[in-house]
Ligand binder design. Structure first.
Ligand SMILES: [Zn+2]
Length: 196
């Protein structure tokens, strides 16, 4: 445990992006293979027959896994390597690769969680816009192609100018932890804020 009470394996969060030497290839690899999280696995976690990070994260505490909200079939988690501040992912618990694999209940909750993510990030940060979407298949850029996940990336006017810089900058663990706390606290009210 660290001096501030963080019980996660902090060394795992200190794994830097393999190449910080810049260039478009590095930028895009970094941006779109966001969850290289094999190394955030805790010891003795039930990983089942595979080591899928999206299956492992829900077994962690919210703080350790950077989980913002847990639903019945879907959870919301901060991206460890965010494309922008507040970059969330909405993920079904079930290990399925394709959108067409989801049940109607999962589709509905994924949609509700996507709305809640937008409302929450707007409430907390005043985001001007969002990029929402999922990459289907590794050929389409999915970093973890076997486990469906929807990205919700907040956007602010002018952020394209410095996004590549952000994309190459490792986010400090305490920043992610504080972001997670802010969003988790705002989530319930924002999720209920359904406008007529
Ligand atoms: Zn999985």
């Amino acid at each position: 445990m660290s001096e501030d009470g963080w019980v996660g394996d902090e060394t795992t969060y200190r794994v830097a992006v393999p190449s910080d030497d810049g260039g478009p290839a590095t930028v895009f690899e970094h941006l779109w293979t966001p969850y290289r999280m094999a190394y955030i696995r805790g010891e003795g976690k039930p990983t089942g027959a595979h080591d899928c990070p999206f299956c492992v994260i829900p077994t962690m505490s919210d703080e350790q896994g950077l989980i913002v909200a847990r639903g019945t079939t879907v959870f919301a988690v901060l991206n460890l390597y965010p494309y922008n501040a507040g970059h969330l992912m909405l993920v079904p618990y079930r290990h399925v690769p394709d959108y067409t694999d989801l049940t109607p209940a999962e589709v509905a909750e994924l949609g509700a969680f996507t709305q809640a993510a937008m409302r929450t990030v707007r409430a907390v940060s005043g985001a001007h816009g969002f990029n929402i979407g999922m990459n289907q298949g590794s050929v389409a850029g999915a970093g973890i192609a076997d486990h469906l996940h929807q990205h919700a990336v907040p956007r602010w006017g002018g952020d394209t100018n410095f996004m590549p810089v952000i994309g190459l900058t490792r986010v400090l663990p305490q920043v992610l932890r504080e972001t997670r706390k802010l969003l988790a606290e705002a989530w319930p009210e924002a999720a209920d804020d359904r406008e007529a």
